[in-house]
Ligand binder design. Structure first.
Ligand code: GDP
Length: 186
């Protein structure tokens, strides 16, 4: 019955690519059994594409006049800008954004810093975006970051490390949603 449902979904929604869809469904069924609906399979596939990350250019890099250079460097790295805004965080918003770190000793300093001036927020797209971007920006502490990475080039301390980069697909979606409505994505 489930197989019939998968096949019919393929015919109804993708009549011109029914074979592809059937193979695709079989692939997922092999991994996940028959308990997923067609809609759940699509949702899971979208989540696993992992082509979106979220970044901020932090206040010190902005103050040092590096906004344009950092955006150019991001684009040079093959990241496509899907949404972009010049904005700022209140202390409360910074506390909410970094809530995961609230037990850490640097939480208060970090949220003071992140609410101390303008920032740029952006959604970026590239294959395997989370890892690609984290590799591209370098280690959290600019003094440990590989030469040529954004943090090595423009970071001045572990706190003022030039840019933020999401650490998972799930957090990228949450962080993107923190700053942007779907209407603001291209
Ligand atoms: P990231 O994913 O590389 O940004 O690092 P984390 O998620 O661990 O930390 C978030 C941010 O908190 C970092 O980008 C730093 O700006 C800051 N941070 C992390 N560790 C420290 C620390 O030990 N001291 C201070 N002052 N800030 C830190």
């Amino acid at each position: 019955m489930t197989e019939f449902y998968f096949k019919m979904s393929g015919y109804i929604f993708f009549p011109s690519s029914q074979n592809k869809i059937q193979h695709w469904c079989s692939f997922w069924q092999a991994f996940y059994g028959n308990s997923f609906t067609f809609a759940q399979i699509i949702k899971k596939s979208i989540k696993m594409t992992g082509n979106i990350t979220f970044t901020m250019i932090k206040p010190k890099a902005m103050e040092n006049g590096n906004m344009g250079k950092i955006i150019a460097k991001i684009i040079e790295g093959g990241f496509k800008v899907k949404a972009l805004k010049l904005t700022s965080l209140t202390k409360e918003q910074a506390m909410e954004f970094y809530a995961v770190h609230k037990e850490r000793p640097f939480y208060n300093g970090l949220t003071d810093f992140m609410s101390s001036g303008p920032i740029v927020a952006a959604i970026l797209e590239k294959d395997n975006a989370i890892k690609a971007y984290r590799d591209y920006i370098g280690a959290t502490n600019p003094s440990d970051a590989e030469e040529g990475t954004i943090r090595a080039l423009y970071g001045t301390s572990i706190e003022a490390n030039a840019v933020h980069g999401s650490d998972s697909d799930e957090n990228a979606q949450i962080e993107a949603g923190f700053f942007f409505s779907k209407r603001e994505w291209v």
